[in-house]
Design a binder for this molecule. Structure first.
Ligand SMILES: NC(=O)C1=CN([C@@H]2O[C@H](COP(=O)(O)OP(=O)(O)OC[C@H]3O[C@@H](n4cnc5c(N)ncnc54)[C@H](OP(=O)(O)O)[C@@H]3O)[C@@H](O)[C@H]2O)C=CC1
Ligand SMILES: O=C(O)CCC(=O)C(=O)O
Length: 476
């Protein structure tokens, strides 16, 4: 069956592209239609004409559609989790966790529809009243990456719809299956024609046509810094609101006084779970010298016990890398690390398994410095470098010496250091004795410096991007 694009409420065919399972490249997950530029323009036009009715729709209708969508996602989390693990390569428990998060996000924003509010203030002028209200921004373009195939579309589409906007979604070409399922659920849940449009296909065609359209009023993007820059430049050109979530080079600090077990578990999760393919993953483990050798020994032992295998197999801890291109990027960086003089203390080899897939042993470097490319550039794979430092002050300085600022973590039993780190880490999110990755669905998500641009995503803070504030003055 060809999975078609959804444009103006109709399923529209297009050139078929095969969605391949990275755990087994002989396994075709499904055939998905690729949209062309005309399809994209039709989707944008449909979103524009659906906007007036949707933005005025009774809030109970908007609430019901989002709630129904969230409930169905949660009811089908095992099945959708299998699809996600099969197309992206994260393990089945990780994939079911992501689907669950997507369902919870829809439920959360279904609730937000009923909590929309404004403010009434007195004016400095006698007899004048002021109302401050929020209105939809309009047609929202959503461009998403491959590493969270359902959660990222969910955390962009749910608030867009809750606040009365219409949507054109372009999911990553590598993983259209989960996005297609999400849109199909929304369609059946009653989203009117044109309110949610799905245009699958390549970024260079589908994404670029969205960037070039004067009729997209706001664009929300997650992906690489290079594409983020294109989104920014095109959006400025079109006077469009935009929001970018890009890379990370997140530090995880381990202090002498850390609980070793807590530190190792948080580091393994931060650096290697989800195959290191999270913008919140930690690829810099900054360790003070009193615990350094014990930490490296314990971490290496732990890595030796991890199973890298088919994402759907029970007992797999780390699934495959998403595709051949990303695998090449990971192994290139492993070579770069060696050439730069870091010591490969564990792993880094390509692995053969029962089925042909993109399997890579987790790679741990030691004796790295923060100036090396492996410590400065986003790798986006199961590769981490340990940087030895003297004390907390040096650890904090190294942690902040990066052009990114998404997430930051520390393992310590010292309240003083934990408190100081929370205040002084130059990142949008700080974790104490917890992994740098794996965030809640109901609180703000986003970073600083080169990691993010624009208002925060998720939770109530999402309203900043998806609404436009109006201040009205009335002479009574
Ligand atoms: N912050 C994060 O969460 C992520 C960071 N990355 C980083 O980016 C690197 C490369 O990954 P990649 O998937 O290529 O990232 P991209 O930035 O290319 O992809 C993100 C999204 O942008 C789309 N896109 C690509 N080109 C354009 C364009 N000209 N106009 C509009 N949209 C476009 C992509 O489409 P399509 O893929 O269909 O061509 C995809 O939907 C990774 O190795 C990693 O370092 C990647 C993913 C997520
Ligand atoms: O760590 C998380 O839970 C979210 C990570 C994420 O959003 C990303 O990698 O794009």
């Amino acid at each position: 069956m060809l999975h078609k694009n959804l444009i103006a409420g109709e399923w529209v065919a297009g050139d078929a592209s095969a969605n391949i399972n990275p755990s087994n490249t002989h396994d075709v997950v499904g055939e998905f239609a690729r949209a062309n530029a005309d399809d994209v323009r039709a989707a944008i036009a449909a979103a524009k004409s659906a906007l007036p009715a949707w933005s005025q729709a009774p809030i109970l209708i908007r609430h019901a559609i989002l709630k129904k969508t969230g409930d169905e996602i949660l009811a089908r989390k095992e099945e959708l989790g299998r699809l996600l693990a099969r197309e992206e390569g994260k393990t089945l428990p990780e994939a079911i966790g992501e689907v669950t998060r997507a369902g919870q996000i829809f439920d959360f924003f279904a609730g937000e529809v009923l909590r929309l509010s404004g403010e009434t203030l007195p004016s400095v002028r006698p007899g004048v009243g002021i109302d401050i209200t929020r209105e939809p921004v309009g047609v929202v373009g959503v461009i998403t990456p491959w590493n969270f195939p359902i959660a990222i579309p969910a955390w962009k589409i749910a608030p867009a719809l809750a606040y009365g906007n219409t949507v054109v979604l372009k999911p990553a070409d590598l993983v259209p299956g989960s996005a297609w399922s999400l849109v199909e659920i929304l369609h059946r849940a009653g989203a009117p024609a044109g309110v949610v449009n799905l245009v699958m296909g390549r970024g260079s065609v589908v994404g670029q046509t969205m960037l070039d359209s004067p009729d997209i009023n706001a664009l929300t993007f997650t992906g690489s810094a290079a594409t983020g820059k294109r989104v920014a430049l095109a959006s400025i050109e079109h006077n469009r609101k935009f929001q970018l979530e890009m890379g990370g080079k997140n530090p995880f600090v381990v202090l002498d006084d850390a609980d070793l077990e807590v530190a190792v578990e948080a580091a393994v999760n931060s650096s290697f779970f989800s195959t290191g393919q999270r913008c919140t993953a930690s690829s810099r483990l900054i360790v003070t010298e009193g615990i350094h050798d014990r930490f490296v020994a314990a971490l290496t032992r732990r890595l030796g016990g991890l199973v890298v295998d088919d994402a759907l197999k029970s007992g797999t801890h780390i699934g495959p890398v998403v595709d051949e291109g990303q695998l090449r990027q990971d192994t290139d960086y492993i070579d770069i690390g060696r050439q730069e003089g870091a010591r490969l203390a564990f792993g880094g080899n390509r692995l053969e398994r029962a089925t042909p897939g993109f399997y890579l042993e987790p790679a741990l470097f030691t004796e790295a410095t923060n100036q090396m490319r492996i410590a400065r550039e986003e790798i986006f794979g199961p590769v981490a470098a340990v940087i030895r430092v003297k004390d907390y002050d040096e650890a904090l300085a190294v942690a902040n010496d990066t052009s990114f600022g998404l997430s930051s973590g520390i393992a310590t039993t010292s309240l003083k250091h934990a408190t100081h780190f929370k205040r002084n880490a130059e990142a949008g999110m700080v974790m104490v004795n917890l992994p740098t990755a794996g965030v809640d669905f109901h609180v703000p998500f986003g970073g600083r410096k080169g990691s993010s641009f624009g208002p925060r995503e998720q939770g109530r803070y999402a309203a900043e991007f998806y609404t436009s504030v109006k201040t009205a003055y009335t002479l009574a």
